[in-house]
Design a protein around this ligand. Structure first.
Ligand SMILES: NC(=O)c1ccc[n+]([C@@H]2O[C@H](COP(=O)([O-])OP(=O)(O)OC[C@H]3O[C@@H](n4cnc5c(N)ncnc54)[C@H](O)[C@@H]3O)[C@@H](O)[C@H]2O)c1
Length: 313
């Protein structure tokens, strides 16, 4: 087999940092690119000196051309991934996810990259009442973020069909794990709740807490990306769910964190947020069948590792 070299876009982000750890840990030659719009150098700290870093914005054609040089596989994670932030600033959402993806794909097609695995999102399913979510359901984006992530998938299909780029889009559900930013206004629920509850504060749930999510540990997401990258394929334009296939509601989540911490903090309930979906759980059979990926980290184990991390920081 020809030599393999990976590019991770968004490598200073939450998932990007874990992706670097995973690839570098397995001894792959790796390049990363990030513009630090939401990412932080600390997320790459474990891999300092062990990969090549390109500091720049992939929507700049010169940056994308430099980043893809000699690369065989791309794990494309760069984006500004937040529903409320996209509602506040839809143009930023489109530029960070859609425009930059087209620039990257054009550079990748020109450089003869073998496969692109890109981060898509379960937000594409909208609030359909049909559960579990299967990849053949009609998409129904409810926020500019969801529309942008869906557009990325369509560009993956279009470049696969017309430009010879073998792209697969993995629809991640709710990813969690160590180093997810708990401080941002737009933070995901798990790091926010853990850090608040470690300080003895009550977490705020938007709505009654019956809304459910399919949480997947970040190490499993890195493994799914690698499985899709290395699959003998072709995968040309496919869309595949990446999740655990289990529902946890937010009241259960608070109870599990209370159990782990030995606390009894009751959540505060506030008004539901615009663009948020009520229930989300994936059918994960396509991931197993088409790329051989099965999640390995149970929710409680992932939560334990995540709590351990926040106890130390
Ligand atoms: N975290 C989740 O639960 C989740 C769920 C579904 C999909 N996703 C997708 O996974 C990917 C990674 O998410 P994350 O949670 O690690 O987010 P993150 O914000 O921590 O990471 C995104 C990274 O991309 C970088 N970036 C953004 N625009 C860039 C550009 N134009 N050029 C170079 N770098 C750029 C940011 O600086 C950041 O480091 C995103 O595409 C997101 O849409 C995440």
């Amino acid at each position: 087999m020809d030599k393999m070299k990976f590019l991770v876009t968004g490598c200073a982000g939450f998932i990007g940092g874990h992706m670097l750890d995973f690839l570098v840990g397995k001894g792959y030659e790796t390049v990363g690119v990030d513009n630090f719009s939401t990412g932080k150098p600390e997320n790459m700290a474990n891999c300092r000196g062990l990969f090549t870093f390109v500091d720049g914005d992939i929507s700049d054609p010169a940056v994308s051309a430099r980043a893809v040089e000699g690369v065989s596989h791309i794990i494309h994670l760069a984006s500004v991934p937040s529903v409320p932030r996209s509602v506040a600033n839809p143009i930023e959402s489109m530029q960070s996810s859609v425009a930059s993806t087209v620039v990257l794909f054009a550079a990748a097609a020109k450089a003869g990259v073998r496969r692109v695995v890109q981060a898509a999102s379960s937000a594409a399913y909208g609030d359909s009442e049909k559960l579990p979510k299967t990849e053949d359901m009609p998409p129904a984006p409810l926020s500019p973020y969801a529309a942008s992530k869906l557009a990325q998938e369509y560009y993956g299909m279009a470049f696969s069909a017309s430009m010879g780029l073998d792209c697969v889009s993995l629809r991640y559900f709710n990813v969690f794990g160590p180093r997810q930013d708990p401080k941002s206004e737009y933070s995901a629920v798990i790091p926010k709740f853990i850090t608040l509850m470690l300080e003895g504060k009550r977490p705020t749930i938007f709505g009654d807490g019956a809304q459910s999510r399919d949480f997947i540990y970040v190490g499993d997401v890195a493994a799914a990306n690698l499985a899709a990258a290395l699959h003998p394929g072709p995968l040309r334009g496919q869309v595949i769910n990446v999740a655990r296939g289990e529902r946890i509601d937010l009241n259960q989540l608070v109870a599990k964190i209370n159990d782990a911490l030995g606390t009894g903090l009751a959540p505060i309930h506030a008004a539901p947020r615009t663009g948020d979906v009520l229930h989300s759980v994936a059918d994960i059979s396509k991931a197993k069948k088409n790329v051989g990926f099965v999640p390995e980290v149970a929710f409680d184990e992932g939560l334990r590792r995540t709590i351990e991390h926040y106890r130390k920081v």
